[in-house]
Design a protein around this ligand. Structure first.
Ligand code: AMP
Ligand code: SF4
Length: 470
């Protein structure tokens, strides 16, 4: 997962606004950040560094950068390792002029593209798949940059939500399947492109609309010009996990509030959650309170408490100065990270029956450690509730999920997960309940990490757990 942001103005300097937009998208990537612009000599410039936005970039110098269009990126490594060469935007001054690209998503035909480009003499500087798009553009030197970009995007498959900076203007592009969100915002005559609408409020802009799947939108002095990629999609593939965990709750994606979707997931979880295959043993009806794993389980726990009538308690405390545990590179650091980050309140749990809500269970590390810490507080009963379906398959569309062998629900039955975590009961939401809570039709959503139904790619040979297709 990454975050992209772009800004275009006829009159105002926008580099600092891109910096602010990236800060609002920080939850989408904490590994590196970058901002690119075209200088007065027509050459692309980039400032980038490792770490959080305020560590990687110099706000003061960006605020003095006198440019009216710029793009930016926050990175969370999925394809490619954690190194400065993979930080984005990726930039080049090629035969037809300057180009900078910021990408959220993963391409599924990267190895084919890469070998065909290398056979034509391309030398890759990074291991990130975004560079393939840049090479595809540069390998069409007879075309205008925008046409070369359109030609390049026709050849890539998989997930891409892009902001691109050309001399022609700022370009937003979304793959024909619409895996990752991308939205257009406006303030006065200025236009903004962002992975999520939450970034607009910080700069006083309002959400205009989503960039449509397969749309390439050019923003320049002529206003907005929309182009269409040849649609290879017969249905939508918007990532349902954005609503479960990835997006910020104050964002709106394809007209649906992320907050309301999460709250409804919690409400459904409190009703007869899960149905067959999603529920194991144990009655949580007489629980004393509903606790949540901060911050990921908060909104679903609010819905759960509202629906069940059981009081809500902030019984697990989060050290807000420690970052997300999931991005830590090794299992040992990840496990320590959870202990550093989360601490259950002894007073609240001792002798009580509690329900603990989290948004998802991937490896089971977080839940396992928190439940054992709660057990150390002498809780009488602990019922774990997960406001999404069991994650049984990896993601190939831009999320760093582990391989199948490390996914708790791929290798264990739900009874075994409950036992190994130490919960008195465990239930998940079913896929249909999650889709209902999001409020978009099922054939507009990707649910591959839950059901194994992939668009294509290495996993397409695996039989889909729910429909049986391979
Ligand atoms: P795990 O400890 O591996 O079971 O991870 C589950 C926890 O990580 C939950 O609290 C989620 O909120 C969070 N999480 C789930 N998916 C991701 C992801 N792709 N990136 C970062 N954190 C995640
Ligand atoms: Fe999202 Fe899961 Fe599909 Fe990946 S596989 S795009 S995380 S729903």
């Amino acid at each position: 997962m990454c975050g992209v942001f772009g800004a275009y103005s006829k009159t105002d300097c926008v580099a600092e606004e891109v910096y602010l937009g990236l800060m609002a998208l920080q939850h989408r990537g904490q590994e590196s950040a970058g901002v690119a612009w075209i200088d007065g000599c027509g050459r692309v410039n980039v400032a980038k560094g490792m770490g959080l936005v305020h560590e990687a970039l110099d706000q003061d110098s960006l605020s003095k950068t006198n440019v009216t269009s710029a793009i930016g990126h926050v990175r969370y490594s999925t394809a490619g390792g954690s190194m400065i060469q993979n930080a984005q935007p990726i930039c080049a001054n090629y035969a037809q002029g300057p180009v900078a690209i910021a990408h959220n998503g993963n391409l599924t035909n990267l190895s084919d593209l890469r070998s065909s480009l290398e056979n034509k003499g391309a030398i890759f500087q990074s291991t990130s798949d975004t560079e393939a798009i840049l090479h595809l553009v540069a390998h069409q030197p007879d075309k205008r940059p925008l046409d070369a970009l359109l030609g390049a995007l026709e050849r890539v498959r998989g997930a891409f939500s892009l902001v691109v900076l050309l001399e022609d203007g700022v370009v937003a592009a979304r793959d024909p399947w619409g895996f990752r969100p991308l939205v257009l915002g406006k303030r006065d005559g200025n236009y903004y492109i962002s992975s999520e609408s939450c970034a607009f409020s910080l700069i006083g802009a309002t959400l205009v609309r989503d960039i449509e799947p397969g749309e390439v939108l050019l923003i320049n002095e002529n206003g907005l010009t929309s182009y269409r990629l040849d649609s290879k999609a017969d249905r939508g593939w918007l990532c349902s996990f954005e609503f479960v965990y990835l997006a910020r709750p104050d964002s709106v994606i394809e007209g649906k509030s992320v907050y309301k979707a999460r709250q409804e997931m919690g409400r459904k979880l409190a009703r007869d959650a899960g149905g067959e295959g999603c529920h194991v043993k144990g009655d949580s009806g007489a629980a004393d309170f509903v606790a949540y794993l901060p911050d990921s389980g908060t909104t679903a726990a609010i819905g759960y408490a509202e629906e069940s009538g059981i009081p809500f308690a902030a019984a697990v405390v989060r050290n807000r100065y420690v970052g997300r545990t999931f991005i830590q590179p090794t299992q040992r650091v990840r496990e320590l990270g959870v202990r550093i980050k989360l601490s259950p309140s002894q007073d609240l749990f001792a002798g009580h029956r509690a329900i603990l809500v989290d948004d998802s269970l991937v490896r089971g590390t977080t839940a396992g450690l928190v439940v054992s810490m709660i057990r150390e507080c002498n809780a009488k009963e602990l019922h774990l509730r997960i406001s999404s379906p069991p994650v049984r398959y990896p993601c190939y569309y831009g999320i760093d999920t582990p391989s199948r062998g490390d996914l708790a629900a791929a290798k264990q039955s739900l009874d075994d997960i409950a036992a190994s975590i130490g919960a008195d009961s465990l239930s998940y939401l079913s896929k249909d309940e999650m889709i209902e809570a999001i409020g978009l039709p099922g054939d507009r959503l990707c649910t591959a990490c839950f059901d194994g139904c992939y668009l294509d790619g290495p996993a397409k040979r695996m039989a889909c757990a729910s429909c049986g297709n391979s």
